[in-house]
Design a protein around this ligand. Sequence first.
Ligand code: CP
Length: 338
Amino acid sequence: MTPRHFLNTQDWSRPDLDALLLQAAAFKRDKLGDQLKGRSIALVFFNPSMRTRTSFELGAFQLGAHAVVLQPGKDAWPIEFDLGTVMDGDTEEHIAEVAQVLGRYVDLIGVRAFPKFVDWSIDRQDRVLESFAKYSPVPVINMETITHPCQELAHVMALQEHFGTSDLRGRKFVLTWTYHPKPLNTAVANSALTIATRMGMDVTLLCPTLEYILDERYMGWAAQNVAESGGSLAVSHDIDSAYAGADVVYAKSWGALPYFGNWAPEKPIRDRYRHFIVDEAKMARTNDGVFSHCLPLRRNVKATDAVMDSPRCIAINEAENRLHVQKAIMAALVKSQG
Ligand code: CP
């Protein structure tokens, strides 16, 4: 049975994920449909976006639905998420009312809510997304919180297109940490690890030090996936051996979890590893591998111009696929509601 919400791919069975990818390919061939005719979706953004907002709005339109974008604290009331709070501060209404009211208006709710980067033990609860899912009478879609499952499917779709097969087992997949001047969200890294292991790939997590290992929940999902899919998972701090023979290089920068809330000591550590940039010399060590990134990407910080402009870069295809996979997700969730 299709899950009620799309919060993480790990909640969805492999056949259900494969069905979403097949439907996404059909939407890529034939863009318009009536699967969401007369329906609507609220897109709730607590953080900025270019790709997610554009692709969800257009995807809804192309299937006959209307999208309403809300930015709490900007063009909508600030929302309280804690229970039992005496709301005499900045928040004007509680998630219990927000989610229930939105659910009376729309058929789907999308939520983007990044971590606050102060206390990982709180951020890892994914409280904003989980609260919407708890109180909403309609399906909720994760538009990036502490994971980014829509990006996962778009990435897999781009890899399947590149390799000409839905079977990605046995491909060497390198998830490489890259430098960025700021400590970024671990969401895409968590997601890349999750979906690459789910697809049975041989995954190497390349990061500067053990402090950049991802949260135990996502390392655990990856280990579980490897056991079920027959892939493998390794952690490496050695650039040359990690890139050697890689079929896929996926880049992302993220902040080291032990420094959440006290980022000052992390900055000099991060600064020492600027050489993790994806460049032509590193890509030359791969098995004629492809490069991708979720975007946005700072050129010549995370990856060089030459890598981004190479025909081996599939980041634009991946970004396009956001549109197709999200249409498949919206259509599947609405259909499951009857
Ligand atoms: N990859 C991604 O989610 O892009 P935006 O932040 O622009 O939505």
